[in-house]
Design a protein around this ligand. Structure first.
Ligand code: MG
Length: 267
């Protein structure tokens, strides 16, 4: 932002556009060796979402789409309250929709979905919400950090010291999630905020990626300069590793942009 000068010790008003952070996203999804792709993803300059549906037939797909659609509504209307509250409300609406669809269509009974989502607020913070074992990673200063914690059986066993992270990758029950968006009441998603910086790169992914690739391979790939190249390479490596699950990734570069991506008017 340019400021013309200081007059009489007071900073003058300026009409220069304010640079706010925005996500520049590459999205890749692959059905892998499954018949259906039950993952759903959405990306915009201020919101990135990955959901991994669970259920027989097309039900997992129905659940993941319902929840992602609930979050997309945030991106198409102006929030009336703080972004973290709005995000939680959107997850609750998605959960309610999963319950409603299952009640109306018994063939979808028992469907559920994971969810990982990042929204950029106007004050330069990531607001992250997570349910299940889809993940959000932050790549900053050439270091990869997993921001989210899995709600999974193997994560519990790791926390208890009964399993190593390496063993968890091959555990027969590695896909068992302990919490999911499944239409039940009292869903309490993990939600937190942290400072966003221009130059950050985020990775949101379903477990089809994180089960297939070690963190070291993910970190090496996140160092690639092009985000589209990075996203494609991550999926290609996961496929080559022989995983049988759907694979979805969003690689989001965080950049300063003038105007455009605010949740509320700049003035
Ligand atoms: Mg999966």
């Amino acid at each position: 932002m340019g400021v013309a000068g200081v007059l009489g010790g007071r900073r003058p008003l300026t009409c220069a556009p304010v640079a706010v952070l925005a996500l520049q996203c590459a999205v890749e999804t692959e059905v892998g060796r499954r018949e259906n792709n039950e993952d759903t993803a959405f990306a915009s300059p201020r919101l990135a979402v990955v959901a991994d549906g669970v259920g027989g037939a097309a039900s997992g797909e129905v659940a993941s789409r319902a929840v992602v659609n609930a979050l997309i509504s945030l991106d198409t209307s102006r929030p009336s309250g703080p972004l973290d509250v709005e995000l939680l409300n959107a997850v609750t609406r998605g959960n309610d929709t999963v319950r409603f669809i299952a009640a109306c269509h018994p063939e979808h009974t028992g469907m559920s979905t994971t969810l990982t989502a990042v929204a950029l607020d106007d004050d330069g913070q990531y607001v992250v919400v997570n349910v299940g074992d889809s993940r959000t990673y932050l790549y900053r200063d050439r270091e990869l950090r997993q921001l989210t914690r899995d709600d999974s059986l193997v994560q519990e066993l790791i926390d208890q010291g009964a399993l190593s992270a390496g063993e968890a990758r091959h555990h027969p029950q590695r896909s068992v999630v302990l919490v999911a968006v499944d239409g039940r009441a009292r869903l309490e998603p993990r939600l937190f905020s942290l400072e966003a910086l221009a130059g950050d790169r985020l990775l949101l992914c379903s477990d089809g990626l994180s089960d297939a690739l070690q963190d070291s391979a993910i970190a090496a790939t996140m160092a690639l300069s092009g985000r589209q190249e990075c996203a494609r390479s991550l999926v290609a490596q996961a496929l080559a590793a022989g995983g049988s699950d759907n694979i979805t990734v969003i690689v989001a570069d965080v950049a300063g942009e003038n105007g455009g991506s605010r949740w509320r008017p700049a003035h």
